[in-house]
Design a protein around this ligand. Structure first.
Ligand code: B1M
Length: 247
């Protein structure tokens, strides 16, 4: 087989359905590593059929598998083409989970515009955040990747969300988040929107330093934070005027 013969090279045929609940997620980590999208779809479906929650499949089978990919990418064992295959396999699994995570008939609890900042094409984490927010009842406008300031501003103007979500996975693109926030400030728009930031290289200190309303470590934290901040905002705007005005 040539080097380009695809991700199936070296993969023995394993009947995923015969693996138990401990072995199957481990096999899925391997399949994710090898970029085997069909196997990831199959494994995801089997786990759901066994009664696993979508959250559990996501975290224990997919996100953990991608973490392992990330370690070997960092250490120069995996390279971009291989990691792209892993990313595609991850997305194939996420597509199965999307309708389950996004199932909600309720009125939107809030609206978020989200995008990965300019210069950055990583979108798996951002997609996950968008999915989980939809699942929690938010309306989400996903701008995609490599989003520049003008595109963020246009989307804010068009969609009038409660929240702007910024994602960055590279240390080189993190500073762009500050540019976006500074531009909102300069244009007198900063107080109109809550700004949440996230991405693997960020931390609380960075979120504070660039003037974000919150740094979110993961998608679950993003959901909780979005709910809390919107509730606090609504309470603030619903509060009666101060004592002098009431007298
Ligand atoms: Co890239 N990459 N990559 N990559 N890649 C990282 C980020 C890296 C850490 C790998 C490594 O060295 N270990 C490293 C960055 C190092 C650094 O900056 N210090 C890196 C590099 C160097 C690069 C390139 C420069 C490689 C090259 O070309 N030589 C290049 C850059 C391209 C570019 O963006 N301009 C590149 C390319 C790629 C691929 C295209 C191959 C692929 C992306 C495919 C895709 O996204 N469609 C890729 C991948 C897959 C990764 C890793 C392996 C996995 C990222 C991922 O999807 N994680 C990553 C290693 C790692 O992070 N461990 C790596 C799973 C995802 C669920 O987690 O994205 O962290 P995460 O999202 C979480 C939280 O961070 C948070 O919630 C999410 C869900 O819980 N969160 C938010 C994220 N965004 C949020 C927004 C919010 C809130 C929370 O808003 C409210």
């Amino acid at each position: 087989m040539s080097d380009t013969d695809g991700a199936d090279e070296g993969h023995e045929d394993i009947d995923l359905a015969t693996l138990d609940d401990t072995e199957l997620p481990k096999q899925m980590h391997d399949d994710l590593y090898d970029g085997l999208a069909d196997e990831i779809v199959e494994g995801t479906t089997i786990l759901l059929d066994r009664g696993w929650s979508a959250d559990r499949v996501l975290n224990e089978a997919l996100v953990e598998g991608m973490r392992i990919v990330g370690v070997d990418f960092r250490d120069g064992i995996l390279f971009v083409p291989e990691v792209l295959l892993s990313a595609n396999a991850m997305k194939a699994g996420m597509e199965i989970l999307r309708p389950i995570l996004a199932k909600t008939g309720a009125e939107p609890v809030g609206k978020m515009v989200i995008g990965t900042v300019k210069g950055d094409i990583h979108d798996i984490g951002k997609n996950l955040v968008a999915m989980m927010l939809e699942g929690a009842g938010f309306e989400v406008v996903d701008l995609g990747i490599n989003i520049d300031i003008d595109a963020y501003l246009a989307a804010l103007e068009e969609h009038q969300p409660d929240i702007l979500g910024l994602s960055a996975l590279l240390t080189t693109t993190m500073p762009y988040m500050k540019l976006v926030i500074d531009t909102l400030e300069e244009k007198g728009l900063r107080d109109k929107y809550l700004v949440l930031v996230g991405g693997a290289p960020l931390n609380q200190e960075f979120g504070d330093a660039i003037g974000a309303d919150a740094y979110c470590r993961d998608a679950a934290v993003a959901v909780d934070t979005a709910k809390e901040l919107i509730a606090a905002n609504r309470l603030r705007t619903a509060e009666p005027p101060g004592p002098s005005a009431r007298a």
